[in-house]
Design a protein around this ligand. Sequence first.
Ligand code: SAH
Ligand code: SF4
Ligand code: F3S
Length: 453
Amino acid sequence: MPAPKKIFIKTFGCQMNVYDSERMSEALAQQGFAEAAAMEEADVVILNTCHIREKAAEKVYSDLGRIRQVKTQRQEAGKETIVTVAGCVAQAEGAEIVRRAPVVDVVVGPQSYHRLGELLGRAGNGTRAIVDTGFPEEDKFGRLPARLSNGAVAAFLTVQEGCDKFCTFCVVPYTRGAEFSRPVKDVEAEARRLAAQGVREITLLGQNVNAYHGQGPDGRTWSLARLIDRLAAIDGIERLRYTTSHPRDMTDDLIAAHRDQPKLMPYLHLPFQAGSDRILAAMNRKHTASEYLALVDRIRAGCESLALSTDIIVGFPGETEEEFAATLDIVGKVGFAQAYSFKYSPRPGTPAAGIDGQVPDRVKTERLHRLQDLLDQQQTAFNSACVGEVMPILFERKGRRAGQLIGRSPYLQAVHAQADSSFLGQILKVEIVGAGPNSLSGALAEAVPRVPA
Ligand code: SAH
Ligand code: SF4
Ligand code: F3S
């Protein structure tokens, strides 16, 4: 029997790409592919790409340059390499990728990767590059083999894809297409499989996850809050999260779920992007600064322990110093446990790219530094405030030191503690004894039963 072909997948971008890479890897494993430890050993290299900012998209081309060298070396050794570009750059640029990087054999968009096995079968051996970036009628999820776990105790599960919001800076509505929600029964079946394989925490994913409106088992449309309650009833699922949310879609039932559903973690990623109402309107965010603040108050009123993270853009076209100060103001008022902040990056085909008054890069850099100083202070303060608390920690993996495990707090902080490896996959009470900017250290705070030898 010939040795199995090997694949190597490199993932860029958001958690939805991480999920997609896992699904591609599982599907190809069922077709006899094994995972390669290094790109040089791979018969199939897949770059699962991100188009959100220029830097992310350009990274793909520098990687393709390196892959070209690997492919040539392998060719000299008589081995073929099929180079695949998947994900959002594939969708946005399509055949243009092959023109710029002729090393590419297959281009496959985020809605077509269930066809990847077949595309790979047709590719290579000097054939023309294959480009599949359609939004096919058939349900991608329905055509993928049933979900497998990779042994992790925390997993991602995509429940919603695409976006109909069309923020003027953003490529997602073009790369991922229109909003689509998976039916409750499909999501539930996938969650049950994950639970049966040892998964204890599931993060529900969607570009606009709280706009979820999937078909329920009763034939009606279910909201994200109802879906969360349904999944919380699955044996073995101890924790649920969801990301990313749009402030406009924080419905009353979802806010209530943070109060009433104990398995829903008290941590919410709620991007606000900018603090000036004029900029928010130009971004087409459809909310004002005061609406955002009022929403945060309402959510916190129901769930006092809730912490927030966010996404922020600095230097949107036309942003004045005063308007940027309004962004700092929101950060000061809310107090974030964590945040992602970016310099505005003009994206081809998006309305904002054509607006007059693009902000010079040095101004964006300077604003980003000021913003990140404040965000770093808030993150450090949040972590420090955890010292002395006893928190439930889900132990996920072994640490670098002997006898050490690393787990996650309800607030997604990494927590190191001395603990027996038999506690992997369990949630234990841990007293937080130390805090750094990016992680916490703790000590087991409960008498834990010894596991029989
Ligand atoms: N659906 C999510 C965001 C997905 S993109 C939401 O609506 O919040 C992740 C983040 O990338 C965005 O929240 C935004 O802060 C940032 N982003 C998107 N387009 C960008 C651009 N053109 N330049 C800089 N940052 C951008
Ligand atoms: Fe992009 Fe806006 Fe949609 Fe988020 S809501 S994915 S930022 S268009
Ligand atoms: Fe990037 Fe596509 Fe996600 S553009 S952020 S990989 S949806």
